[in-house]
Design a protein around this ligand. Structure first.
Ligand code: BES
Ligand code: ZN
Length: 602
């Protein structure tokens, strides 16, 4: 489809940004940055190419914890006045720059502060190699503004280049075309020709090496991890091909992975051209690679068609979870993807009946995050309820028709933002198409604007878990663990087994299980994380050392939240949680500490 014929979605005002893109909007930036590990600081300047769309003669950018040194307009060497609004929690400040009618570029000189929330500065001890420091950014949802002045709203897209200077022995990488080797001087040039929103801006700097795993795909990691990582992610190119076969060509050139140190607060982050990934998915058996399929899928859902504001987050994540599992199904079969759906459904049930039971409005797909930190409002609902809704539609219209719809949706709205209302209009026009019965069956308004899940929807069913259930029953009836049939179980069967234990578990039974299956010592982060929750709840002390090791090394919030919660729910748990958190906190990224400072207390 050509540019001309593709539809455009009008921008909705983003409650999490001060920017007023309707007045003047950033179209392109040329950054020139220096990364200083001693000062824990990024400094430099950006030349912002802008377009004024009304006559307000002003551009507004977002910043938070940033120092602005100077602002200049076009080629005028004199410094331009600017104003900063009073800081607002989470949101930071509005940087208002008066413009001339003819202004085309604004040059801003700035530097970051050590507390910049997007940045984690790691000491050598916090890396795999232990000899070099490491820096990485996490910009989603609204943290890009803590390391670069920008219009930090997912509805604003721009292209960019960056000159980046780093210490000579380190390699920098960005969401852009990336180097595959270090340069002698530590100076690098990056280019991103496709317009992206600010939350997809990223930078990582470390002692990194590159290995190809396919024609368009490769892995960056520290030398100590690169071999295991290359083995683990060998199927990445196949995933890319499966994704293209479903929903059309991959438009970003290369697709590479960067394996970060374990303090990375997420499982993965879909930075364009370069997914950031936690090392906790490296299991040596390739069993947790659906996370790669997920981040890859964002190359369409999210990075091409982008949620207009964080209230529409389900459009990013719900589509991505659905797409992720279609990719996994294409590579490893239906039984495999149904296991993922079933585990996801358990997560959804857990969110509905536990975490969000007291705030039902947070279980609507369309969120209302005004006045709150979007980072805290982003729950399983967007992911699993979003996915469940799309699967529901797919079941009603058939996979072929649904795939056509999704493919056309990505293609028509590529490089644009999308909000929930507009999506529902498109659904009506392109799929429902006047079919009143179908409209009623889809029942979109209930899914989107009402809490919970509409009645009468069939949950996923993984055949492979039937056999796990049988073993669980045998075990509950007294069969010793060593006699259970667990021979060909993958991580997913083990997770289903471990999640199914809670009811009848006792301390003695935990010992028995641990002896047979060595859960405490498992190197599989997903398995250990569930096991440690049981260990806390049942006061299984042989796992204490492992718990401490896990909490102090792994910074992935998804694992940490249930563990700290389980600790806090114990009679003397508050003290224990605090003591462990005190030890672990120095290894956590700001998005994790902001969660746990509140939850556990500093
Ligand atoms: N884009 C998200 C991560 C994210 C969401 C960061 C919101 C900040 C705010 C990423 O694609 C993601 O969903 N990661 C998941 C993994 C996935 C397999 C569910 C994660 O990190 O756990
Ligand atoms: Zn995602």
């Amino acid at each position: 489809m050509t540019q001309e014929s593709s539809a455009t979605v009008a921008l909705s005002q983003d409650p999490h940004s001060f920017a007023r893109p309707q007045q003047a909007i950033i179209k392109h930036v040329d950054w020139d940055l220096v990364v200083d590990f001693d000062k824990k600081q990024i400094s430099g300047n950006g030349i912002y190419r802008i377009e004024q769309t009304n006559h307000s003669l002003e551009i507004v950018l977002d910043i938070r914890d940033l120092t602005i040194h100077s602002v200049k307009l076009d080629d005028d060497p004199s410094e331009q006045e600017f104003t900063l609004s009073a800081p607002v929690k989470y949101l930071g400040q509005a940087l208002r720059i008066p413009l001339q009618k003819k202004t085309r570029t604004v040059t801003i000189a700035f530097e970051t502060k050590p507390q910049a929330a997007a940045l984690q500065w790691l000491t050598p001890e916090q890396t795999a190699g232990k000899h070099h420091p490491f820096l990485f950014t996490q910009s989603q949802a609204i943290l890009a503004r803590t390391w670069l002045p920008c219009q930090d709203s997912p509805g604003v897209r721009f292209t960019y280049t960056a000159k980046v200077k780093v210490p000579a022995h380190l390699l920098p990488l960005m969401s852009a075309d990336n180097p595959q080797e270090k340069s002698a001087q530590g100076e690098y040039f990056f280019k991103m020709d496709q317009p992206i929103p600010s939350y997809l801006l990223s930078l990582a700097v470390g002692n990194l090496e590159f290995r190809p795993v396919g024609k368009r795909c490769g892995v960056y990691a520290e030398p100590e991890t690169i071999q295991d990582a290359t083995y683990e992610f060998a199927d990445t190119e196949k995933m890319l091909e499966a994704a293209e076969a479903l929903y059309g060509p991959y438009l970003w050139g290369r697709y590479d992975l960067l394996v970060l140190p374990p303090s990375f607060p997420f499982g993965g982050m879909e930075n364009p051209k370069l997914t950031f990934a936690t090392p906790t998915i490296i299991t040596k058996d390739r069993s947790l690679t659906s996370l790669i399929a997920h981040e890859l899928a964002h190359s369409w859902s999210g990075n091409l068609v982008t949620n207009a504001t964080w209230n529409d987050f389900w459009l990013n994540e719900g589509f991505t979870v659905y797409f992720e599992r279609r990719i996994m199904e294409a590579l490893y079969g239906h039984d495999y993807s149904e296991m993922l759906h079933t585990l996801g459904y358990q997560d959804l049930q857990h969110a509905l009946t536990d975490d969000l039971a007291s705030t039902p409005k947070d279980t609507c797909l369309k969120l209302d995050l005004q006045g709150s930190d979007p980072d805290e409002g982003l729950t399983e609902i967007a992911y699993e309820k979003g996915n469940y809704f799309l699967r529901h539609i797919e079941k009603l219209v058939g996979q072929e028709r649904f795939d056509q719809f999704v493919k056309a949706y990505f293609n028509t709205y590529k490089f644009q933002s999308m909000d929930t209302t507009r999506f529902l209009e498109i659904l009506e026009k392109e799929l429902i198409n006047g079919d009143a019965a179908l409209r009623e069956q889809i029942n979109a308004n209930a899914w989107v604007y009402e809490p919970g899940i509409p009645a009468g929807i069939e949950p996923p069913h993984a055949r492979k878990f039937d056999q796990v259930k049988e073993q669980l029953q045998k075990w509950e009836a007294g069969t010793p663990p060593s006699e259970l049939e667990t021979n060909h179980w993958s991580t997913h069967e083990w997770l289903y087994f471990l999640r199914g234990l809670s009811k009848s578990l006792t301390l003695a039974k935990m010992e028995e299980l641990d002896q047979a299956f060595t859960f405490t010592q498992s190197g599989n982060s997903e398995i250990v994380a569930v096991w440690l929750q049981h260990a806390i709840t049942h006061n299984y002390t042989p796992a204490n050392a492992r718990l401490e090791e896990f909490l102090t090394h792994v910074g992935r919030r998804k694992f940490l939240v249930p563990l700290y919660k389980a600790l806090l729910a114990q009679p003397d748990g508050k003290q224990r949680a605090k003591a462990l958190y005190k030890k672990a906190r120095p290894n956590y990224h700001a998005v994790a500490t902001s969660t746990f400072d509140e939850m556990v207390g500093v």
